[in-house]
Design a protein around this ligand. Structure first.
Ligand code: SAM
Length: 208
């Protein structure tokens, strides 16, 4: 077995042993260990969340006083303290439903969105960034000032443009890759801290 396959197996095994639905949970858990993004009592919206590994971890950390909303095209088996919205991120009703359940603003937006991959890297990259842009647009409508967001990105020709767009509205943007993310995969995670929507309106006003 190749080393990369062994590592993938190791996280899959761990997920099974700990009753997590996906090995992806270890990516969020490692990012959380480094950056402390999940906190008790938070309101979290997780976009692209099936089968629900991230939702399970987020729900555990926020506890009963918090709220976790998961959005995905695919259905998600119930998780305590988690509301699921089974909709396309591109559907206009998705945002209305999130706002309806959220009751105020979110403290954290997570996006682990991934399209069905074709194997043609540039095409998959463009599709994934396009999806993640939808998550970024939703973020602008639901995140509280000074809140944080985490986006998965498939690296490619438009990654830097996406990162530049996040830098306009967040005070600190960190590019990171947890150990549980396969080294040979070109996915990275963008941790965007300190949502500052006035940044973008200031730039727009300046341009008018
Ligand atoms: C890598 S998986 C997420 C894994 C999840 N973080 C976990 O811990 O179990 C990516 C998800 O993005 C979802 N997705 C892809 N396109 C979508 C769309 N247009 N709207 C909503 N979800 C979408 C897929 O259905 C898939 O469940």
């Amino acid at each position: 077995m190749k080393l990369a396959d062994a590592r993938r197996d190791q996280y899959r095994k761990l997920a099974k042993e700990n009753n997590y639905r996906s090995r992806a949970v270890y990516k969020l858990s490692q990012l959380n260990k480094s950056y402390h993004i999940l906190k008790k009592g938070m309101k979290i919206v997780d976009i692209g969340s099936a089968p629900g590994g991230w939702l399970q971890l987020a729900s555990k950390v926020v506890g009963k006083g918090g709220m976790v909303i998961g959005v995905d095209l695919k259905s998600i088996d119930p998780i305590p303290n988690v509301i699921t919205i089974i909709r396309d991120v591109d559907d206009t009703e998705t945002l209305s439903l999130i706002l309806k359940y959220l009751d105020g603003k979110a403290d954290l937006v997570l996006s682990d969105l991934a399209p069905n991959v074709s194997g043609l890297w540039e095409i998959d990259h463009l599709k994934q960034i396009d999806l993640t842009r939808k998550a970024l647009e939703i973020t602008k409508k639901i995140l509280r000032v000074d809140g944080n967001a985490l986006y998965k990105l498939f690296q490619g020709e438009t990654t830097s443009e996406f990162i530049a767009d996040t830098k306009r509205i967040f005070s600190n943007v960190i590019i990171t890759k947890p150990d549980a993310s396969r080294k040979q995969s070109s996915e990275i995670y963008l941790l965007c801290k300190g949502y500052s929507p006035q940044e973008s309106s200031r730039i727009n006003n300046f341009l008018v």
